[in-house]
Ligand binder design. Structure first.
Ligand code: GLA
Length: 481
C-alpha cells in the first residue's frame, strides 16, 4: 500500500507558532524525564464534534462533523533495540504500560471498560495487519501521551487515541499510508475494543480541514467534501458531565444490532436473495434504488411492532437461534431479548434526511434564516435521539431544555447516554451570552464542578485541521509520509 502525497498526513517542523506549542513542550520534558532521550517526532490527532448525523455512520449514511482544538498529542521515539512498546501518560491517573510488540493481545475485560493503553494497542495492531511482515522489523517504540479531550464526553477521545497510535506506528515503521487508508484502518482496528463504530470519528480525525465542517460519506466508499458553515455560525460545546464509556456497556452495540436486524428484515421482505449480507441501510436503499422518503414509508409498513421479541425476529428471518446468535449478535449483545426495530430504523432514515437538508441549507444562497433552519434541524435531531433512539440522558435533556428556552438550537453529540451537547449560536456575542446562561442555569447547580475551571467543559469551538506529524527540531524532515 503506498500513499499519494496529495492525500497524506502533513509532516511539519515543530515551530513556536504551533497552537499546541506549550503542551508539546510540557510533553517533551515529560518524555525526556521518562526515557532519558529526545523524542523523534510528535503526533497531533484532534477530537471532533458532530454537528448533525448521529448514529447513522454505521448504517452507511453521511455525517457532518468538524475537528475541535482539543487533541491527543504523542511524543514518540523508536530504536532498533528490541521489540518493546513503552507507554507513558502525562496524566498520573493512567498507569505505565510495556509490552512485546511481537506478542501482545487485546483482551477486553467483561466489566468496567478497557484500560487506556488497549486503545493504543488497537492502532498498533491495525498497522501491523496492513504492512508486510518483513517491514515490521524490530523496533522499540517509546511513547508519551498528553490528552485534553474530556473522557467519556462524546468528543471522540477514544478514537483520537486509537488514530494517534495508528499514525505514530505507521510513521515509525515508515509505512506510506494516505489519510483515507489511515482513517479506514483506525476505524476497523478500534473494533478490537469491542464497539462496532461506524468510522466517523477516525475519518474526521484524519480528513478535517480548518474553517469548514466535513460531509463524510461511507457508502459506497469513504469520501469527504468540505462544507462552508454560515459565516456567523458559532458552535458551542457543553459537557453535561454525565460520563459515558461506550466500551463498558452494551448500549452502543445494541443499537448497531437493531439497525442491522431492521435492515435485514426489510431486505428479506423485499425478496433480496442476499438479505443476510445487507447490514447497512445505505446499501439497502441503493439496491432498492429509492429515495430516503420511500425507504421511510417502507420501514413503517414492514416494521409494525413497537417491540420485537427474539422469537419475532427469528420468525421474520426464518433462522435458528444459533444462527441468530452467531451471525446477528456481538459478544456483548448475545443476551438481548427485546428489539425496537421500527424506532431505530426511523431515526436513522429521518436523521439522514436532516443531514441532506442541513448540507443543502449551508450551500444555499439564502441570505437570511439559515441559522434558524439549521437550529431547527438540530432540535429535531435531538428529539429523535431522545425518543426514537433512546440514547440521551436526563442531564443532556436539561441542557437542551435550557437552550431551547433561550432560543438556541442544540442536540446531543457523539454516541450519547451522557457527554456533550452541541449548540448553534448566530454570533460570537450571542455564544458568550449563551455560555453565561448555561453556567448560571446548569453548572452553578452542580456541586462536583469547580465553577472557576469551566473552559474545557463549556466552550465555543471552530473547525480545526486533522491529524499531523511534527518533527522534533534537529531530525531530518521527510516532506510527507
Ligand atoms: C460513536 C461512534 C461513531 C458514531 C457515533 C454516533 O462516536 O464511534 O462511529 O456512530 O458514536 O453518531
Amino acid at each position: 500500500m503506498s500513499g499519494n502525497t496529495a492525500t497524506c498526513v502533513p509532516v511539519k517542523e515543530l515551530s513556536e507558532s504551533h497552537g499546541c506549542y506549550s503542551r508539546l513542550q510540557e510533553l517533551r520534558k515529560f518524555y525526556v524525564k521518562e526515557f532519558d532521550e529526545e523524542p523523534r517526532f510528535y503526533v497531533r490527532v484532534p477530537g471532533r464534534v458532530n454537528i448533525i448525523g448521529e448514529h447513522v455512520d454505521y448504517c452507511g449514511y453521511p455525517v457532518l462533523p468538524m475537528a475541535i482544538e482539543q487533541s491527543i498529542l504523542l511524543a514518540v521515539g523508536y530504536t532498533r533495540a528490541n521489540n518493546f512498546l513503552y507507554l507513558r501518560n502525562i496524566d498520573v491517573n493512567f498507569d505505565n504500560y510495556k509490552c512485546d510488540l511481537k506478542s501482545f493481545r487485546i483482551d477486553i475485560p467483561e466489566k468496567g471498560g478497557p484500560e487506556w493503553y488497549k486503545y493504543f494497542l488497537c492502532g498498533v495492531k491495525g498497522i501491523f495487519e496492513n504492512i508486510n511482515e518483513q517491514d515490521q522489523g524490530c523496533i522499540a517504540m517509546t511513547v508519551a501521551l498528553s490528552g485534553n479531550i474530556p473522557h467519556g464526553s462524546g468528543l471522540s477521545s477514544s478514537s483520537a487515541l486509537v488514530s494517534s497510535a495508528t499514525l505514530a506506528t505507521s510513521f515509525a515503521y515508515k509505512a506510506s499510508l494516505d489519510r483515507k487508508t489511515l482513517a479506514s484502518i483506525s476505524a476497523s482496528c478500534e473494533r478490537y475494543i469491542g464497539t462496532q463504530g461506524g468510522g466517523m470519528d477516525q475519518a474526521i480525525a484524519f480528513l478535517a480541514e480548518a474553517g469548514c465542517a466535513q460531509f463524510i460519506e461511507f457508502y459506497p466508499e469513504l469520501k469527504t467534501s468540505s462544507i462552508q458553515l454560515p459565516e456567523n455560525a458559532c458552535f458551542v460545546v457543553a459537557n453535561s458531565l454525565a460520563e459515558i464509556n461506550k466500551a463498558a456497556s452494551s448500549d452502543f452495540n445494541e443499537r448497531v444490532v437493531e439497525c442491522r436486524l431492521s435492515c435485514r428484515i426489510i431486505a428479506k421482505r423485499m425478496d433480496f436473495k442476499n438479505w443476510k449480507n445487507m447490514l447497512r441501510f445505505a446499501e439497502l436503499q441503493s439496491s432498492l434504488n429509492c429515495h430516503l422518503n420511500e425507504l421511510e414509508t417502507m420501514a413503517s409498513k414492514i416494521l409494525t411492532k413497537d417491540i420485537y421479541s427474539r422469537e419475532d425476529v427469528l420468525n421474520e428471518l426464518e433462522i435458528s437461534e444459533d444462527e441468530f446468535e452467531n451471525d446477528c449478535l456481538t459478544p456483548n449483545t448475545r443476551k438481548m431479548s427485546l428489539f425496537k426495530l421500527r424506532q431505530r430504523a426511523l431515526h436513522v432514515i429521518q436523521e439522514s434526511l436532516r443531514v441532506q437538508i442541513f448540507r443543502s441549507t449551508c450551500e444555499s444562497t439564502m441570505t437570511w434564516g439559515k441559522i434558524d433552519t439549521l437550529s431547527k434541524l438540530m432540535q429535531q435531531s435531538h428529539g429523535s435521539l431522545k425518543n426514537l433512539y433512546e440514547c440521551s440522558h436526563p442531564d443532556l435533556d436539561r441542557l437542551i431544555d435550557i437552550s431551547e428556552e433561550a432560543g438556541v438550537g442544540a442536540r446531543l453529540t457523539g454516541a450519547g447516554w451522557g457527554g456533550c451537547i452541541v449548540a448553534l449560536c448566530d454570533s460570537v456575542q450571542s455564544s458568550n451570552k449563551y455560555i453565561e446562561l448555561l453556567k448560571l442555569k446548569y453548572y452553578s447547580k452542580l456541586s462536583k464542578v469547580q465553577q472557576s475551571n469551566l473552559e474545557n467543559v463549556i466552550f465555543a469551538t471552530f473547525p480545526q485541521n486533522g491529524a499531523e506529524i511534527l518533527m522534533a527540531g534537529s531530525n531530518d524532515i521527510p516532506s510527507k509520509i
